[in-house]
Design a protein around this ligand. Sequence first.
Ligand code: PEP
Ligand code: MN
Length: 338
Amino acid sequence: MMIVMKPDATEEQVRHVAERIGSVGARAHISQGEYVTIVGAIGDDSVIATLPLEAMPGVDKVLPILKPYKLVSRQLHPDDTVIDVNGRSLGGGVFALIAGPCSVESEEQYMRAARQAKAAGASMLRGGAYKPRTSPYSFQGMREDGLKIMAQAREETGLPLVTELMDPRDVEIVLRYADVIQIGTRNMQNFNLLSEVGKVERPILLKRGMSATVEELLMAAEYVLKEGNDKVILCERGIRTFETATRFTLDLSAIPVIKKSSHLPVVVDPSHATGKRDLVLPLSLASVAVGADGLIVETHPEPENALCDGSQSLPTDEFAAFAAEIVRYVKMAGKRMS
Ligand code: PEP
Ligand code: MN
């Protein structure tokens, strides 16, 4: 249920409503908008319905939350969520360009990519140290050694780090290095992992499962918010379709669809979506046009020698020209770079 407070409701009245919700074992989620405060009552609706909420002082109206996701829904939280990542924000008109190699392969490779990303104006660095590979015989990532190299790149460039976590047993170690924890497409419905990262305070970049609907993505995000972590960045990274011309099919319509239903920021990964570097720029520009709050793009100093995803990685020496085009479109969309 959603309790809309009157515009002149006092803090005391809002607190009182929240306490009554708590008294029946439900959770109150307060969303302070510019004009009105909304209190979400999350729990068993049949129990919440027994409360005389409409009659309580300061309450304007009580409405049902129509979607299966609650905390993630824009109904409960009308304003855009803006996520701060060590001074680089994302969402609410601020656009983040996240760049870097698919995987950390060596200090030399990662530092070259990081320096060029920084010089081109990237907002954050990406890099995988724990890699979800289709084949168990493929390179699996440098693990903590890779995270150490990423930390060195952060030290030098000042850019925050985005890196994937695959296993709840690695939460502690990844938390030591990551500024944003990425949950990959293959783990979008790993509910134990989602609940674990819901208990930490670090922002989460949650990638859409390659065969997941938008609603399933939002339900996955709900798992994280339910545990208390409301810093979730959603990521459209392409879905499985009958089309084989590209690695996946970038679902551009997902961006405005999500933005209508949810207050969470959405970034697009055109690298994994297409699998082809020459398609990364056009789909990035399209993503800006449909309202994305950021991009996460793979780069590599020598894509032909990459241990992972070379064919979709932009050569780092071409990244500055790519970034300049993105900045131009971001400005046209009336946003600013993070
Ligand atoms: C990645 O970002 O390197 C990655 C493996 O992405 P996804 O989970 O979208 O395949
Ligand atoms: Mn990759």
